[in-house]
Design a protein around this ligand. Structure first.
Ligand SMILES: NC(=O)c1ccc[n+]([C@@H]2O[C@H](COP(=O)([O-])OP(=O)(O)OC[C@H]3O[C@@H](n4cnc5c(N)ncnc54)[C@H](OP(=O)(O)O)[C@@H]3O)[C@@H](O)[C@H]2O)c1
Length: 301
């Protein structure tokens, strides 16, 4: 990769551009919708110009990252005149590679380079660290370019995972499960603390060490060892008390039972749960979900 440019200077564009620059790549041009974020990013990079348009980025650089919101990737790819000298990359987990077909039709090599991490706009320095800690899902129909993307993933972060296009929706769903839905779970749990008079922010502060400890266990002990708690122990009495406590919160009860069912095979794999204990837990969960026994049909009524 000789000269690199960015169309889009938000959370991911800024983090990747800085990470590339620190690794010795020449990031030469950057554009954004308002121009403001492009100017800010360029001011932190040596010999990088903020430019007005995506076309100007393509004129200055051979490798161009389209780090714009997913929905406008096809539009931006179609607005620019590309040449066979170009390599055009998007960083979206969910968007198909084919969104870059307007560039491919003009001879450019196209690829996906999705950092498997959560980036916020507020802290670009942290963004660089997140790049370093990330794996990247890569895709390209061009074998040589795919190899380049893999090498880049190793140079910038933890390495590459090749995800063929047909599996990307499933891959991205797993990312949403462990990232966005973890936030939703934390919000759901913290929100319930208001019932005993603790406001959400305080509740989150109290729950965070537990969340961190669980992540640490996942990191250190892996699966299934990181699973602790009543299901891992086969403690049906405690689970039954949770189900009763949650009876007044139908949507939370639904979440609790669905995740409880998902935890059962893990607890069995870990070895703390006999088949008999698993069967009684399964029965408890099933009763909660069966119409007429406090199940889903009643919640909907
Ligand atoms: N955020 C994450 O956690 C994350 C993680 C993995 C992958 N991704 C992917 O990374 C890509 C970028 O996401 P992001 O979170 O960095 O988005 P973002 O923070 O919202 O930034 C989007 C950038 O695109 C610019 N932009 C919007 N319309 C444009 C246009 N027509 N022409 C040129 N620039 C335009 C914006 O310009 P202004 O700043 O001037 O408004 C902004 O700099 C997406 O494909 C996303 O799926 C995001």
């Amino acid at each position: 990769m000789e000269r690199v440019g960015f169309i889009g200077a938000g959370a991911v564009g800024s983090a990747l551009a800085r990470a590339l620059s620190r690794r010795g790549y020449q990031v030469v041009a950057v554009a954004s919708a308002s121009g403001l974020s492009a100017r800010r990013l360029a001011s932190h990079l040596p010999n990088c110009l903020p430019v007005e348009t995506g076309q100007a980025v393509a004129q200055a650089a051979e490798t161009v990252f389209l780090t714009v919101p997913d929905r406008i990737i096809p539009q931006v790819a179609a607005e620019v005149h590309w040449s066979p000298a170009h390599q055009v990359i998007h960083c979206s987990g969910a968007t198909p590679l084919e969104a870059l077909d307007p560039a491919a039709r003009q001879g450019a090599r196209t690829g996906v380079f999705h950092p498997l991490n959560s980036f916020s706009t507020s802290d670009p320095e942290a963004g660089c660290r997140w790049v370093r800690e990330s794996f990247f899902a890569v895709e390209s129909h061009d074998r040589a370019f795919l190899a380049e993307l893999k090498a880049l993933a190793h140079a910038l972060g933890q390495g590459a995972i090749e995800i063929p296009g047909k599996w990307r929706p499933l891959y991205h769903a797993t990312a949403v499960l462990v990232s966005n839905y973890l936030v939703a779970l934390a919000a759901t749990a913290a929100g319930l603390w208001s019932e005993f008079g603790v406001e959400r922010t305080t509740a989150l502060s109290a729950l965070l060490p537990l969340i961190r400890g669980t992540c640490r266990n996942l990191e250190v002990y892996g699966l299934p060892a990181a699973l602790t708690g009543p299901i891992a122990r086969g403690d049906a009495e405690t689970v039954a008390s949770h189900l009763s406590a949650l009876a007044d919160y139908p949507s939370v009860l639904e979440l609790y039972t669905a995740l409880g069912v998902a935890a059962l095979p893990l607890a069995q794999e870990k070895g703390g749960l006999t088949e008999k204990a698993a069967a009684s837990l399964r029965k408890l969960f099933a009763e909660k979900r069966t119409p007429g026994k406090g199940g889903a049909a009643e919640w909907d009524a």
